[in-house]
Design a protein around this ligand. Structure first.
Ligand code: KIV
Length: 271
């Protein structure tokens, strides 16, 4: 029976307790008020205002173009909708990699201007100073290792990361470092399930997987993918719970027909 997962308000402490009591954490992305309200009402634990907004909201090929101002706009919309879930906001590409002072300024802007509860950052030892400085200001940080989409031009492809032992070892070490620094959770994206299991068992902070198998402490999906709004994205890890794209297409075709035939609006739909 889920105890912590039924908490009135999800905090970083609740997430840690969920891990301690083997309760899985359910996380989804959200970028706007209306969807965030539905997800929060359904009982989702964590809402990630992901920089995947760059892909699914704005139509870019990568997450790189989205700006800090745009992330804050999405985060403000989500914050207005949410009563229970913990809200995490991605620090976008370019807003934290340069130096720790800029990183802290970016994180403070997100917290002050959106009212969100925490930030997420991609990377390990190479962003240590920025992570430390943000944490020292009292801002909770969710870390992100494995396939980190802001580095897509370094990786070259979106294929599984850390299959080779040297990359796997670096990831293990980075995970421990990020926990030591004080991050409250770690996203593991597209890595072998066995490595994700090992890392999850080695940490006391929760791990949240996407394409990282069943042994992480929680799971995250991009909401547009799991609802079937996106059509052309078919990774093995994605389970589609709806075919909303087809549903919307059918509804819009019926609406077009109704308008063209004069069936809409009828007598009861007018003043
Ligand atoms: O931006 C995003 O949606 C993410 C998830 C895939 C973890 O970072």
């Amino acid at each position: 029976m889920s105890v912590y997962g039924k908490a009135r308000k999800i905090t970083t402490h609740v997430l840690r307790a969920m891990k301690e009591h083997n309760e899985k954490i359910a996380m989804l992305t959200a970028y706007d008020y209306s969807i965030a309200k539905i997800l929060d009402g359904a009982g989702i634990d964590v809402l990630l205002v992901g920089d995947s907004a760059s892909n699914v909201m704005a139509g870019h090929d990568t997450t790189l173009p989205i700006t800090l101002d745009q992330m804050i706009y999405h985060a403000q919309s989500v914050v207005r909708a949410v009563e229970r879930a913990l809200i995490v906001v991605d620090l976008p590409f370019g807003s934290y990699q340069g130096d720790s002072k800029t990183a802290l300024e970016s994180a403070i802007r997100i917290m002050k201007e959106s009212g969100a509860h925490s930030v997420k950052m991609e990377g390990g030892r190479e962003i240590k100073d920025s992570v430390e400085r943000i944490l020292s200001a009292g801002i909770p940080v969710m870390a992100h290792l494995g396939l980190t989409p802001q580095s897509i031009y370094k990786f070259g492809t979106y294929s599984v990361r850390a299959k080779e032992e040297d990359e796997a070892q670096r990831l293990r070490e980075d995970a421990l470092l990020l926990e030591e620094l004080g991050c409250f959770a770690l996203v593991l994206e597209k890595i072998p399930a066995q490595l994700a299991k090992e890392v999850s068992e080695s940490l006391s902070i929760p791990t949240i997987g996407i394409g990282a198998g069943q042994h992480t402490d929680g799971q995250v999906l991009v909401v547009h993918d799991m609802l079937g709004i996106t059509k052309d994205f078919h990774p093995r890890f994605l389970r589609r719970y709806l075919d909303l794209s087809t549903e919307i297409n059918n509804a819009v075709q019926r609406y077009i027909d109704d308008v063209r035939t004069g069936d809409f609006p009828n007598e009861n739909e007018q003043y």
